[in-house]
Design a protein around this ligand. Structure first.
Ligand code: FAD
Length: 486
């Protein structure tokens, strides 16, 4: 009787898909012996390597993934270096003929995939790519003209109809068969991704629990209470602690798949009398898809305005203004609250991201790329597609941007979306004793009111960097100058 030979092992290359459930690359390993690998290849990402806050997240997420894989029987191998060097050499060492991985949309990651595929082919192995970080493959959705979508509404309509038949998520594998004698890898602690002393990320852990279990717990919490139904109204209120899901860093790192979230939200809405309550939330997931669709088709998006006319925009770069914005010292309380929330917790509420972004590019005339770079370094959910598409939307230079003349008024936005001042009082405590009426416009408060609240402007809290009306007029003039030049 012929002897059955054991199938050769495979490598599963984890990237921004740090999960076991609904992971097509891991599922493709089937019953074969598997060596899960993560490669820290910062040179491949270049200037888009994870920023400080994202490195904190990655540290904890890799630790969680390693523990989860170990519990299934196959430990995570950690290696640092160029993926096209590390993966073929590991494949050779363990006799693997295939490397399975999930696709990404970032231009640098696509270039990396091509290099890895070529290097593996030379080593006699194959790169097998699966899925994407999205609900739908961005290469497979085009407008009737055959061109990629440039506006959100028709994009969302087309995608929504395809998602009616979205396949269910894949289960996590049962036991994994380890590769005997796999070489020893590095340790996540040795990579020093998280800060040592001083630990500027100390407060992050009060809000976040990186890893697949943390992602599932967040989703469960969002669906358990009636937050889904409340979402449409609460999502714009930064003072509402649980107004939004808080899933963005988990989605960025692929600790939960958008397909899992989509189905869970739809199922929750279908149960009970909550039909229809899922739509506002699902729409945000479609925005995430749209940002990735844009990045896929316009890989220059992180660096260059999608509307070429904006290349000639008369920005007025000023290190002092940029620094005041970064530190949360613009004199606009809603903006400063947002910038300080970002620094302390690695995250900022979406409404406030829009207001803070608008003040930077419009009232202060700083290039949107400078704001995007700061977000890149400080957000735990920093995502090349979502960050650059949203900054271009705020700046008016995107394909589907808000019209330039719609300029967010930092005082009126604060009064509308943080009417009781809960958000500002939490992050700008030096203004906490000001009455609501003056909280978003302290420089207009009468002197006795300021004194009673213990605020001396210019000492305890800055005067605004720009008068809102003058800032608006300057921004409109700059836009008009750009149009004349174009
Ligand atoms: P929820 O309201 O619960 O939404 C659910 C999910 O939908 C989010 O987790 C996110 O994946 C997606 N989503 C929601 N709003 C948007 C949006 N406007 N664009 C794309 N996807 C969205 N999001 C990032 O994930 N990474 C970024 O780097 C990023 N940079 C941004 C920069 C600016 C200037 C602005 C205005 C927005 C940015 N966003 C970014 C989008 C948005 O602010 C965050 O996704 C959202 O605040 C995350 O919180 P949440 O998970 O509680 O959102």
């Amino acid at each position: 009787m012929p002897r059955r030979t054991a199938p050769p092992p495979v490598l599963v290359w984890f990237r921004q898909d740090l999960r076991l459930a609904d992971n097509p690359a891991l599922a493709a390993a089937g019953d074969r012996p598997v060596l899960p690998v993560y490669v820290l290849d910062e040179a491949a990402a270049g200037r888009w390597a994870p920023g400080g806050a994202a490195r904190w997240w990655l540290h904890h997420s890799l630790a969680a993934l390693a523990a989860a894989l170990q519990a299934k029987g196959a430990g995570l191998h950690l290696a640092r270096g160029r993926a096209e060097a590390v993966l073929p050499s590991l494949a050779r060492a363990v006799g693997a003929d295939e490397v399975h991985a999930n696709r990404l949309c970032e231009p640098w990651a696509r270039a990396q995939e091509r290099r890895v595929a070529a290097a593996l082919a030379e080593a006699g192995a194959r790169l097998r790519l699966h899925g994407s970080p999205l609900l739908h493959d961005p290469a497979d959705l085009r407008a009737g003209s055959g061109r990629p979508y440039e506006a959100f509404t028709p994009f969302a309509r087309a995608l929504r109809s395809r998602l009616e038949h979205l396949a269910p998520p894949l289960p996590a594998p049962g036991r994994l068969v380890p590769v005997p004698g796999a070489p020893e890898g590095e340790t996540v602690a040795g990579w020093r991704l998280a800060p040592g002393a001083p630990d500027w990320a100390a407060e992050f852990a009060t809000l976040w629990r990186p890893g697949e279990a943390g992602a599932e717990a967040r989703l469960a919490r969002f669906l358990a209470a009636d937050r889904l139904r409340a979402y449409a109204a609460a999502r714009d209120r930064p003072g509402e602690a649980d107004g939004t899901s808080g899933l963005s860093p988990h989605l960025h790192w692929g600790e939960i798949s958008p397909r899992r979230v989509w189905h869970a939200v739809r199922d929750a809405a279908a149960s009970g009398d909550r039909a229809g309550s899922a739509e506002p939330f699902l729409r945000e997931l479609l925005w995430r898809e749209f940002c990735h669709h844009l990045l896929w088709h316009r890989p220059e998006m992180p660096e260059r305005a999608l509307r070429p006319a904006f290349d000639g925009f008369p920005w007025a770069p000023d290190a002092r203004l940029l620094r005041a914005w970064q530190r949360g010292r613009t004199g606009f309380p809603i903006v400063d609250a947002g910038m300080r929330q970002l620094w302390r917790l690695g995250w900022m509420h979406n409404r406030v991201r829009m207001i803070a972004g608008s003040v930077l590019v419009k009232h202060l005339l700083q290039p949107w790329q400078d704001g995007a770079a700061w977000f890149w370094d400080t957000l735990v959910d920093a995502d090349l597609a979502s960050n650059s598409a949203n900054w271009q939307w705020v700046a008016g230079s995107g394909t589907d941007a808000a019209p330039w003349f719609r300029i967010f008024h930092p005082v009126l936005q604060g009064e509308r979306f943080d009417p009781e001042g809960r958000y500002v009082r939490r992050f700008v405590p030096e203004l906490a004793r000001l009455p609501d009426r003056w909280l978003h416009r302290p420089w207009q408060a009468p002197e006795p009111v300021l004194r009673a609240a213990g605020v001396v402007l210019g000492r305890d809290y800055p005067r605004p960097l720009a008068d809102p009306a003058e800032g608006r007029a300057r921004a409109l003039a700059a836009f008009a100058a750009m149009r004349r030049r174009a």
